[in-house]
Design a protein around this ligand. Structure first.
Ligand SMILES: [Zn+2]
Length: 405
C-alpha cells in the first residue's frame, strides 16, 4: 500500500502456547450436536489483533487503543453469551420473514449507542440514503442474498426467506462487525486503524455466512471445527465479492476485509486466502499469523483454539481447488463447498480431514472424478488427508507471529 508504518510497542499475541504438548486442541469431545441450538457470536476482527492495539497507551494512537479496549470489553460479552439460533429477532418490526424468496432488507442506525436495531433508516426498495454505512450495508446484504439464491438456490440465510437486518453506526468507535445469531451489526471503527466495517463486501458475506452455517452444519466454534466455521465464512465472503464483481479466480484478490484498515496500517486486509499469513505486516498489529499448512498448525487456547488463525489451512485448500478448476470460483469450487456444508452429512464437530472427505464426496456427486482429484490434491497440498483419521499434531510447530515481521 506504500503507506507509512505505525510506530508503537511490540507485543506477543494473546496467550498462545509454545508448548503444544501441554496445550492440546480438543475440538471434538467437548461439543455435541446440541450446539445447533445455540450460536457463538462471530466478530470479524479477532481478539488477538485488538489486544495488540489495546496496548498503545500513549502517543498518537492512544485513541485507537482506547477504542480497541472498549471493543474487547464489549466482545468479551460474546464469549459469555450463547445466542439462540432459530429465535427470530426480538425487535418484532425488523425480522419479518420474506415471502416467496423475496429479498427483504432493513437497516437500523444505532447513532453511536449500543442498541439494536436502532432507528430504521432504510427498508427494502427505499432509495439510497446518502449515508455510506447505511447504503453499503444495504448493498452488501443484497449481494450476499443474491449469491446464495441465484447460484445455490438458497432462500436467504435460514433457507426459509429470513429477512436480512443490519444495524450500522453501532457503539462509539466500535472496532468490529458481527452476526449476533439474528442480525448483522457494524461499528464505525476508531478512524486511526480501522475505518467503517461496511466498506468490505467480503466482511458482510463472511458474517452472514455464519448464519448459513448456524442453520446447516452448525460447526462447533472451537478448535478445528471452529476454524472450519471461520473458513467457510471466508469462502462465501470472498465468493459474494467475486460474484458481485464478476471476477474470475485468476482476477480476484482473495482478500478478506480489503479496505477496512486505514492508510496508516501496513497491510491490505485481515486475511488472504491465496497466501495465508501475508495480509498484513505492521509494527503495531504485528504479522498476519495464519498458517497455510498443517505443519504450521497453531496450538492455542486463545481465540477458541485459534479459529481465526488455523482457518488459513482450509482457506488455502479452497483457493487451490478454485485455481485447479479455473473459471469462476462460485460455480464449481463454491458449489462443492456449499454441498459439503449443507447436505446434512457433516458432523458439527468435524475436523479438517472429515470436512475434506465431504468435499471430495461432493465433487464426485456434483461433477466427476477429475474434479474430485483436484479437491483431494488441494487438501493434500495443505497437509490434510481427506476422510482420514483425526489429525492430532502433538508435535506441530508453533509459529511466532513476530518472526520476520
Ligand atoms: Zn467469523
Amino acid at each position: 500500500m506504500g503507506s507509512r508504518r505505525l510506530s508503537g510497542p511490540r507485543a506477543k499475541i494473546g496467550t498462545m502456547s509454545k508448548h503444544p504438548s501441554q496445550d492440546p486442541v480438543r475440538p471434538a469431545e467437548q461439543h455435541t450436536r446440541d450446539q445447533r441450538t445455540s450460536a457463538s457470536v462471530c466478530a470479524i476482527v479477532p481478539p488477538y489483533l485488538l489486544e495488540r492495539l489495546a496496548l498503545l497507551d500513549t502517543g498518537r494512537l492512544a485513541p485507537a487503543a482506547h477504542a480497541a479496549r472498549g471493543t474487547l470489553a464489549h466482545d468479551a460479552g460474546f464469549r459469555a453469551t450463547a445466542f439462540p439460533w432459530t429465535e427470530p429477532s426480538t425487535t418484532g418490526q425488523t425480522a419479518l420473514p420474506s415471502a416467496g424468496g423475496t429479498l427483504v432488507r432493513t437497516i437500523g442506525d444505532a447513532a453511536s449507542a449500543e442498541v439494536l436495531p436502532g432507528k430504521i433508516v432504510r427498508r427494502e426498495g427505499d432509495a439510497p440514503t446518502g449515508d455510506p454505512a447505511t447504503d453499503e450495508a444495504y448493498d452488501g446484504l443484497g449481494a450476499t442474498y443474491r449469491l446464495f439464491a441465484e447460484v445455490y438456490g438458497r432462500n436467504s440465510i435460514d433457507g426459509s426467506g429470513l429477512g436480512l437486518d443490519a444495524t450500522v453506526h453501532y457503539g462509539h468507535e466500535y472496532d468490529n462487525a458481527f452476526w449476533d445469531g439474528a442480525q448483522m451489526v457494524f461499528g464505525d471503527g476508531d478512524g486511526e486503524v480501522f475505518g467503517r466495517f461496511t466498506r468490505s463486501v467480503s466482511v458482510i458475506g463472511h458474517e452472514l455466512t455464519h448464519g448459513v452455517t448456524q442453520f446447516t452444519a452448525g460447526l462447533a466454534y472451537q478448535g478445528q471445527s471452529g476454524a472450519l466455521n471461520e473458513s467457510v465464512s471466508d469462502v462465501f465472503g470472498v465468493l459474494v465479492e467475486q460474484y458481485q464483481a464478476g471476477q474470475s479466480t485468476a482476477a480476484a484478490s482473495w482478500l478478506i476485509g480489503q479496505g477496512l484498515f486505514t492508510a496508516e496500517v501496513q497491510g491490505e486486509a485481515l486475511r488472504s486466502m491465496k497466501a495465508p499469513g501475508t495480509a498484513y505486516d505492521d509494527d503495531v498489529l504485528g504479522k498476519d499469523p495464519q498458517p497455510a499448512h498443517m505443519d504450521d498448525y497453531v496450538q492455542t487456547d486463545a481465540d477458541n483454539g485459534g479459529v481465526h488463525i488455523n482457518s488459513g489451512i482450509p482457506n488455502k485448500a479452497f483457493y487451490l481447488v478454485a485455481a485447479g478448476l479455473g473459471g469462476n470460483a462460485w460455480e464449481r469450487a463454491g458449489a462443492i463447498w456449499y454441498r459439503a456444508l449443507t447436505d446434512g452429512e457433516l458432523p458439527a464437530t468435524a475436523d479438517f480431514a472429515t470436512f475434506a472427505g465431504r468435499t471430495v464426496a461432493a465433487a464426485t456427486d456434483l461433477f466427476d472424478t477429475t474434479a474430485a482429484e483436484v479437491v483431494s490434491g488441494a487438501w493434500t497440498q495443505v497437509g490434510v488427508t481427506p476422510g482420514g483419521a483425526p489429525d492430532v499434531r502433538t508435535a506441530a510447530a508453533w509459529v511466532d507471529p513476530d518472526v520476520n515481521s
